[in-house]
Design a protein around this ligand. Structure first.
Ligand code: ZN
Length: 130
């Protein structure tokens, strides 16, 4: 009992910390979160937890890799890629691999969440200095 909720609180703390970076952390993955909480939860739980914030605090998107493993193309999860007109890598110019095995899911903070965290941190700061 409670173990799971504890890790959710921990994840929220970590997200808040990452969002308060200047600039905020970008393109983090479920694995980055698992790492930060010392694997005290499972991939599935963290994924579902992050996903529940999709569109509110964070946004889920997909990065496709080119044959040279560059992070070549960023798109929303439900966006379809035109097989006859594949996007090319901005680093090496190769076409991306239109294959889910050559893509991974990433999360980014929404602007409103970043602003909210900034305000909260400023308020905490002013309470400390008082
Ligand atoms: Zn490339």
């Amino acid at each position: 009992m409670g173990g799971l909720e504890m890790s959710f609180a921990k994840i929220n703390d970590i997200l808040e910390q990452w969002a308060s970076f200047n600039p905020p952390l970008r393109d983090f993955t479920v694995d980055s979160v698992l790492n930060a909480i010392n694997f005290e939860s499972t991939y599935d739980y963290v994924f579902r937890f992050l996903n529940s914030k999709d569109g509110f605090e964070i946004e889920l998107s997909r990065i496709y890799l080119c044959p040279n493993s560059h992070k070549a193309f960023h798109c929303s999860v439900d966006e379809e890629i035109d097989d006859y007109d594949l996007p090319t890598c901005h680093i090496c110019g190769e076409e991306i691999m239109n294959d889910l095995d050559y893509s991974y899911l990433v999360f980014n903070f929404t602007d409103s969440y970043v602003q909210g965290v900034k305000k909260k941190r400023q308020m905490q700061q002013s309470l400390i200095l008082r």
